[in-house]
Design a protein around this ligand. Structure first.
Ligand SMILES: [Zn+2]
Ligand SMILES: [Zn+2]
Length: 305
């Protein structure tokens, strides 16, 4: 029942010996979804032992190099490894041309399908769903078109316990309806309610990734009450003018958003290379919002059931 985020890179702009630029992998019950794919991401995948052949969906927030320059390399490596599953890529529409022009120039004919999902809306939209998970865009305010992504488990079914199944001798064909919250029907079940036979559903967990952005409260309704919010904090607050002019945020501003959205915990990242330590980011944010972590490459954050 995993819901786990692995930080592959938490720096901004250029790779340094301390930090790789942005990439993360979200594992929701063995679905591996990548967010951004900066230069060097393949090495980070190896270093932190992520099962990267399992990645079937890659979400690219925007077309600044520190968020996507590792993508074509990763696509090529999948080809060299003999991948045969379709790879789904979600990103700004220009990315499709960038990927396929590079493959064409090197006369690379992939042995698997790449399905490109073009993002160009300025409104939040549902871009992926399966039986357990939904992914929505979070439109951000950056120098170029940019989205964050909200990963949200679907509403879960009520649970059956071994004890209750044995106690009431529940027939197999009745189980799907019970999980769906329906009362049992039929002879002998008249006085028994669904709540007598099932346990409450586990809650649905959620993770919001907010990529490069100016401080904007427009995202608050979209990320309300999420379990974990990642919000960029390129600068500390003494550089808030610089943050504004470059369409970035400070640690204090990220904490303000976390507070307004009533999230459970906040992750900070995308630190400018001028800062060697991330602890000042954490301390600055803590003055506004207590449950905060300034992430480092290789951190794994689990969202409990
Ligand atoms: Zn960036
Ligand atoms: Zn950017």
């Amino acid at each position: 029942m995993k819901f786990e985020i692995t930080i592959l890179g938490c720096g901004s702009a250029t790779p340094t010996l301390l930090r790789n630029p942005t990439s993360q992998v979200v594992n929701v019950m063995e679905r591996y979804l990548m967010i951004d794919c900066a230069e060097g991401t393949q090495l980070q995948l190896r270093k932190y032992k992520v099962a990267f052949q399992k990645i079937d969906h890659i979400f690219i927030s925007h077309l600044h190099g520190d968020h996507y320059l590792g993508l074509v390399g990763l696509i090529s490596s999948f080809h060299l490894f003999g991948r045969n599953k379709t790879l789904h890529i979600y990103g700004p529409s220009d990315l499709e041309r960038i990927i396929f022009d590079q493959l064409k120039a090197s006369k690379t004919f992939l042995c698997y399908q790449v399905e490109f999902h073009s993002l160009d809306s300025n409104k939040s939209e549902l871009i992926f769903e399966d039986s357990i998970l939904e992914v929505h865009t979070i439109p951000l305010k950056h120098r170029i078109y940019c989205n964050g992504f909200l990963f949200k488990e679907k509403k879960k079914e009520r649970r059956l316990s071994k004890e209750l199944i044995a106690k009431y001798n529940i027939p197999v064909e009745m189980m799907p309806k019970l999980k769906n919250g329906e009362d049992p029907i039929g002879k002998g079940w008249e006085d028994i309610k669904n709540q007598d036979l099932t346990l409450p559903a586990h809650r649905s967990r959620s993770y919001a990734f907010c990529s490069d952005t100016l401080y904007t409260e427009s995202i608050v309704p979209l990320i309300q009450n999420v379990d974990v919010l990642y919000h960029e904090s390129t600068f500390l607050n003494d550089m808030k003018d610089r943050a504004k002019s470059t369409f970035h945020s400070t640690a204090q501003q990220a904490a303000n958003i976390a507070l307004l959205a009533n999230v459970n915990s906040l992750l900070l990242g995308h630190y400018s290379a001028r800062y060697n330590s991330s602890i000042d980011f954490e301390n600055e944010a803590k003055e506004v919002f207590k449950n905060v972590k300034a992430v480092r490459d290789g951190d794994v954050i689990s969202i409990p059931i």
